[in-house]
Design a protein around this ligand. Structure first.
Ligand code: SAH
Length: 391
């Protein structure tokens, strides 16, 4: 077992016993250790706290993988991956063909995301330590999934922060360049290694199904549509027509392709636009929708960006509320961790007051259940939303 040791400052061990993140400011000293390798984390008195991967480069310098005194070896990865997959395979149908199989801290594997897209896995490493363990991860996944091929799709920003070369391409076996997947009866074409996240925003799955169930006979606005997920579900669910708003050319092309794939393109209007501008234009034009979806990117990526973010959320919600037809529904979201559920509800309350619209709160919304929340790691709960109905 490694003798590398990271000693915490006095008083920092209580948090470290339940939360995996150790920041540079928590550290008293570290023995000489190669960046990205395992360290035993101990308290000021030298008592074992946990074991994680150390990287002197980012402020978040160590993420704990275990609180037991065990090596981070092949057997460890096999067990953790097995637990994560077993959680997703709890339903009667076994391991689902589409969805998140491993979600970083929430599955005790900080820095690792694994998603399944039908016949292929997409593997994303977010820390140097995890990138160095990729072969162990790939071995474990192959054994647990009957050898599904795995595509590496690391994101550039975390790789830069952690100091490793982002991997991109088939990492184990090989599969098709693009796959067609089915989500609750709606089909999506995903090009492996392209687009946002690992291809789709899998965290919105249950909310897209909700939109599909609400949409019959309604005119639908899908703002920040990405690959058209909400609109495809709404149109498949019987919406009269849908307007899709998006600024990224690649996302617009994917949305058009998915609408065609589902045979609903004739009832859809895909608009390349900045949502902020287009909502104002639609309001001036007197447009009305029976269902509006607002699924913006995270406006607050850090606490310091919170105030500007709240103004942004208020603005788009106010505009969308004014576009609701009588009895219209609004599904509105924030994926900024720094915007709490209470704060998001407060922003929507202010928007409704300023818009002069009375709304019934039908349900709070959250991330799909394959993105589990760890009670002791509040950062794992990041997607929040409200289902509102104009009264
Ligand atoms: N609802 C989508 C996910 C949306 S992600 C789904 O279910 O799959 C947010 C999207 O908003 C991204 O595709 C991003 O390109 C787009 N976007 C970000 N800022 C925008 C803006 N100001 N106007 C239009 N689109 C924007």
């Amino acid at each position: 077992m490694t003798r590398a040791v990271l000693r915490l400052k006095r008083g920092r061990e209580a948090r470290a016993r339940s939360h995996p993140w150790i920041f540079k400011g928590d550290v008293a000293d570290v023995t000489d250790v190669a960046p990205g390798s395992a360290v035993a984390v101990v308290d000021a008195a030298g008592r074992f706290v946990g074991r994680g991967f150390y990287n002197p480069r980012p402020a978040l310098c160590c993420r704990l993988l275990t609180w037991a005194d065990e090596p981070l070896d092949e057997a460890f990865f096999r067990r953790r991956l097995g637990e994560a997959l077993a959680l997703r395979a709890r339903g009667p149908a076994g391991l689902p063909p589409l969805g998140r199989l491993v979600w970083s801290e929430a599955d005790g594997l900080p820095g690792l995301v694994v998603d399944r897209y039908g016949p292929a896995l997409v593997v994303q490493c977010l820390t140097l330590g995890m990138a160095r363990c990729r072969p162990l991860v790939l071995d474990g996944l192959a054994a647990l999934t009957d050898g599904l091929p795995a595509f590496a799709h690391d994101e550039a920003a975390p790789a830069r922060l952690e100091g490793f070369e982002p991997a991109h391409g088939w990492a184990r076996g090989a599969g098709p360049a693009s796959v067609e997947v089915e989500e609750d009866g709606v089909r999506f074409r995903v090009t492996l290694g392209a687009g946002h996240k690992t291809g789709l925003y899998l965290d919105q799955r249950e909310n897209r199904a909700r939109a599909g169930g609400l949409a019959a006979g309604r005119d639908v606005l899908d703002a920040f549509c990405y690959a058209g997920g909400f609109a495809c579900h709404a149109l498949a669910g019987g919406a009269r027509r849908a307007v899709l708003l998006e600024s990224s050319p690649e996302a617009l092309a994917a949305a058009r392709a998915n609408l065609a794939l589902n045979g609903v393109a004739a009832r859809a209007e895909v608009v390349a636009a900045n949502v902020f501008d287009e909502l104002r234009r639609l309001e001036r034009a007197g447009a009305r929708f029976g269902l509006c979806v607002l699924d913006p990117p995270p406006f607050a990526r850090s606490r310091s960006a919170l105030e500007a973010a709240l103004r942004g959320y208020k603005e788009i919600n106010l505009r969308a509320m004014r576009l609701l037809a009588p009895g219209g529904h609004l599904l509105t979201f924030s994926c900024s961790y720094h915007v709490s559920e209470a704060l998001f509800e407060e922003v929507c309350r202010e928007a409704a007051a300023d818009a002069g619209v009375r709304l019934r709160l039908l349900a709070p919304l959250g991330q799909a259940s394959d993105h589990p929340v760890l009670l002791t790691v509040p950062e794992t709960r990041y997607l929040k939303g409200l289902h509102l109905e104009a009264v």
